[in-house]
Design a protein around this ligand. Structure first.
Ligand code: NAD
Ligand code: UDP
Length: 338
């Protein structure tokens, strides 16, 4: 089996030391993974970022490369691997609907085999594994807001099934390993999260609307725009995962991690137009198949178990994200002669 990353001292040594921990972040070159790597390094840990670079980019972590405690390894989580680590964040998976539907079989296998290989690694080394699950396990929810006890309403044969069922199966594997092998597992269900380092073309609502507004293209609403989402700024989400990973072995989850402030997609479009002073028009496109009509996390458990709740209001988070996208667009556009 391939061994990746830095060679750590004996694991007995690792287990008795609070800092630094040897941490693996799969999908570490993606949007969320790169912020997580950055935060873990700031907190004094040694970090291996593994990625197959399908939807992530080396440039997301290039600013961390000079740090001797950081390494980047090309590794697909569908293949088994080994690494000397005491903490694993399994973040490898395409997350945007156009991304995960481009290779549906690959997405499903990433969900299932990525969890299995992470769990085997955790079992081998006595490590903790923290899983990036998703609000998509609730499908098009019939309960609102969604609580962790809700089993969901997923169309397993629809175009979103590859992602939703892969993530659901991953949760099953995590809980089976916990019951059977006492593996230290933690399952965080992430609700729509946005911020700097999302790809301009990743197809998710926040990146689409901001890029469209900044370039004065039409804002594309799928359907009537009355479907709702609850949007969490990336820094808030990373703080939640850090707290979760530091919580005791009895805090397993699943725990909803997201911002409970809910907004219809049409209102999000109007807010982006206002914050960007854009001349873009709003247009309506065909509705997406199986698009969840409403989504809002109940975060009572996160408040209770992690003492966490989001701090960054939507306007503030959007303004920061607009600033980021504006910078990227300007650096990509050749200066116009005056
Ligand atoms: P992203 O696409 O920016 O990052 C995913 C990363 O995983 C990329 O770097 C990609 O190259 C890598 N990857 C994909 N398949 C892989 C494979 N088979 N092997 C190794 N690496 C692989 O997406 P993101 O928003 O940063 O999402 C990160 C994680 O969080 C995902 O697991 C996603 O399901 C979960 N999540 C995100 C959100 C959100 O709103 N951002 C919501 C729910 C769940
Ligand atoms: N959406 C939209 N226009 C876009 C992109 C997305 O109206 O250009 C809608 C989409 O139909 C969904 C919501 O915005 O109702 C969130 O979509 P996203 O792809 O960001 O994430 P999802 O929560 O669906 O996984």
């Amino acid at each position: 089996m391939r061994k990746i990353g830095i060679t750590a001292p004996g694991l007995a040594d690792i287990a008795t030391r609070p800092l630094p921990r040897y941490v693996l972040v799969t999908g570490g070159a993606g949007f969320l993974g790169s912020h997580l790597c950055e935060r873990l390094l700031q907190d004094g840990h040694r970090v291996i970022c593994s990625d197959n670079f399908s939807t992530g980019r080396r440039s997301n972590v290039s600013h961390l490369m000079s740090n001797p405690d950081f390494s980047v390894v090309e590794q697909d989580v569908r293949d088994a691997y080994d690494a000397d680590v005491s903490l694993i964040f399994n973040f490898a998976s395409p997350a945007s609907p156009p991304d995960y539907q481009r290779d549906p079989v690959g997405t499903l296998l990433t969900g299932v085999l990525g969890a299995l290989h992470g769990l085997e690694l955790a079992r081998l080394h006595g490590a903790t594994i923290v899983q990036s699950s998703t609000s998509e396990v609730y499908g098009d929810p019939l309960q609102h807001p969604q609580q962790e006890t809700y089993c969901g309403n997923v169309n397993q044969i629809g175009p979103r099934g590859c992602y939703d069922e892969g993530k659901r199966c991953a949760e099953t594997l995590l809980f089976d390993y916990h019951r059977k092998y006492r593996t230290d597992v933690k399952v965080g269900r992430i609700f729509n999260t946005y911020g700097p380092r999302m790809r301009l073309d990743d197809g998710r609502v926040v990146s689409n609307f901001i890029v469209q507004a900044l370039t004065n293209q039409d804002i594309t609403i799928y359907g009537d725009g009355m479907q709702t989402r609850s949007l969490c700024y990336v820094d808030d989400l990373i703080e939640a995962f850090i707290r979760f990973s530091n919580a005791g072995p009895d805090v397993i989850g699943p725990i909803n991690l997201g911002n409970p402030v809910e907004i219809p997609v049409i209102e999000l479009a109007e807010l982006v137009l206002e914050l960007t002073n854009s001349r873009s028009r709003i247009i309506h496109m065909p509705a997406v198949i199986d698009d969840p009509k409403q989504r809002r996390p109940d975060i009572g458990l996160a408040r209770e178990k992690l003492g966490w709740e989001p701090r960054v209001p939507l306007r503030e988070g959007l303004s920061r994200t607009i600033g980021y996208f504006d910078g990227v667009l300007r650096s990509a556009t050749p200066a116009q002669p005056v």
